[in-house]
Design a protein around this ligand. Structure first.
Ligand code: AMP
Ligand code: MG
Length: 480
């Protein structure tokens, strides 16, 4: 009854019965201390759950642990389950013995079937456990007219019971690591023209050391600071460079070679020719373009010479390269769990304690407030190059900041490229070069969003395997 009093109707037909806070208050006793943990099931647990249920289910859940006198007394998991085409969100409380203590519906989104939230149906759950099948009309009576929603509640409850059994009951070490997990520290600094954030499990001053390393590389690579080694070379055209700068130039050159010239840090003159750095956008004349295409970079020992119109622009690789150097610092200081976020390029070191990896979301390039899906990263980098980051429009045509170094013109037809790689340098450089070369050149785990095509999202098989699309827009959950 109380749930009906709290019933709210949203514009889209979704019915919100309880907020998460209220629902958590329902499933735990007043004298319990409740801790919240976002969990991501490791592959072996997730496979065991899938096998048990005979279908593939998500591996991320919000888990609550209720403690009484410092001992675990109850668990609860918030989850979604598809009713007809939309999902409903509910919480299932489970005792340490693995028996359901309560099921509470928080949000029901389908136009029909919301009666599932009534106590007369939900009261049938307490006492059920993972070995006690929960089947319609045999173990539980569904509500006429709300069958699909009732089935979803039964399916979801079995899912929660299986997750708790496989992840917590059978592996008690997960419970202790979830409870002892210290809080991570996060440091944010504005560097390399953008906000960088480092989250790590360990002492805060290690994050400061990592930032000092990033600043060191900014001091070498910045094309905004006239005193950086890169800016000085752009001016002097030829110089003996430091071992650090040489290392950066050699790595950049190897991506130039492997991308057959699609990735080229000598495009600085072209990028300025189109007016990107100062936002004085313009279309260069054919003659100007031709002159800017005549470029070269010569490296002999530590002597580096810029030829023709070559001007170094670190924009497509510098952040990734600096992130890798910061990761080197963290590893050297014994950090095993950290997430370094430069916006378009991120690196995940290890996993957060008790979890399968670091969750990241991929933005929809057409509606940048929306996400296309999520991934869980471990000891790998993710980078996205997007046409929405910097661009100008003229006569209905979009000119983006990523240029094809061979034609000198902005790339058209691609909205974004996201890709996974073992290092941030590689992820950063390859997301840019695949943006130039197109999906056909994509290797490993990569997703390309095209513009103006009927089917604008293209994924490599390796990407499809690790990419998780939010359940509300996913096709109904089927067998594996
Ligand atoms: P990203 O966002 O990592 O793809 O880098 C894009 C930035 O790199 C641009 O804003 C330019 O400064 C620079 N850039 C543009 N086109 C290229 C290219 N083909 N190769 C290397 N750098 C580029
Ligand atoms: Mg890049």
């Amino acid at each position: 009854m109380i749930s009906l009093l709290l019933l709210l109707f949203c514009q889209d037909g979704a019915q919100v019965f309880l907020s998460e806070k209220e629902a958590v208050g329902r499933v735990f006793d007043r004298d319990m201390k409740v801790v919240k943990r976002d969990i991501c099931l490791p592959a072996e647990v997730s496979n065991a759950v899938d096998r048990k249920l005979g279908r593939r289910v998500e591996d991320r859940y919000r888990l609550y642990i209720g403690l009484k006198n410092n001992k675990v007394a109850r668990y609860a998991i918030v989850t979604d389950e598809v009713t007809k085409t939309l999902t409903m969100t509910f919480i299932v409380g489970v005792s340490v013995k693995g028996k359901v203590t309560d099921v509470v519906v928080m949000v029901h989104r389908e136009y029909v079937g919301a009666e599932v939230a009534k106590r007369r149906f939900l009261n049938q759950f307490p006492g059920k456990d993972v070995e006690d099948p929960i089947r319609r009309n045999r173990d539980m009576i569904a509500i006429v007219g709300a069958t699909l929603s009732c089935d979803a509640a039964m399916r979801g409850t079995r899912k929660v019971l299986s997750v708790i059994q496989e992840y917590l009951t059978k592996r008690p070490e997960n419970v202790s690591s979830l409870l002892t997990a210290s809080k991570p520290v996060t440091e944010q600094q504005y560097v390399m023209g953008t906000l960088c954030s480092i989250t790590l499990y360990g002492p805060r001053d290690v994050a400061a050391d990592a930032f000092a390393e990033i600043r060191k590389w900014d001091g070498i690579l910045s094309n905004y600071d006239p005193e950086s080694e890169l800016s000085r070379l752009n001016k002097s055209r030829s110089a003996n460079v430091s071992p650090d700068f040489l290392r950066f130039l050699k790595e950049s050159r190897s991506f130039y070679e492997s991308s057959e010239g699609a990735f080229d840090i000598t495009v600085g003159g072209l990028v300025s020719g189109w007016g990107f750095p100062k936002k004085n956008y313009r279309i260069p004349s054919e003659g100007e373009l031709k002159q800017l295409l005549d470029r070269g970079l010569k490296v002999e020992g530590d002597r580096v010479t810029l030829e023709g119109a070559a001007e170094l622009d670190p924009g497509a690789i510098g952040k990734g390269f600096a992130l890798d150097r910061a990761v080197d610092v963290l590893r050297a200081k014994g950090i095993t769990s950290a997430f370094l976020d430069f916006g378009s390029t991120v690196y995940a070191l290890g996993t957060p304690p008790g979890e399968a990896g670091w969750p990241v979301a991929i933005r929809d390039p057409f509606q940048t407030e929306e996400i296309l899906g999520t991934l869980t990263l471990t000891n790998e980098a993710l980078s996205t190059s997007g046409d929405y980051e910097k661009y100008f429009e003229l006569d209905g045509r979009r000119y983006c900041h990523i240029l094809d170094p061979r034609s000198g013109r902005p790339v058209e037809g691609i909205a974004s490229v996201s890709l996974l790689a073992k290092t941030a340098t590689e992820a950063d450089a390859l997301s840019t070069s695949i943006f130039v070369r197109g999906f056909a050149s994509a290797k490993g785990a990569c997703m390309v969003v095209l513009t103006g095509a009927d089917s604008p999202v293209k994924m490599t098989p390796a990407w499809r395997n690790v990419f998780h699309v939010p359940s509300a827009s996913a096709p109904p959950v089927g067998q594996k």
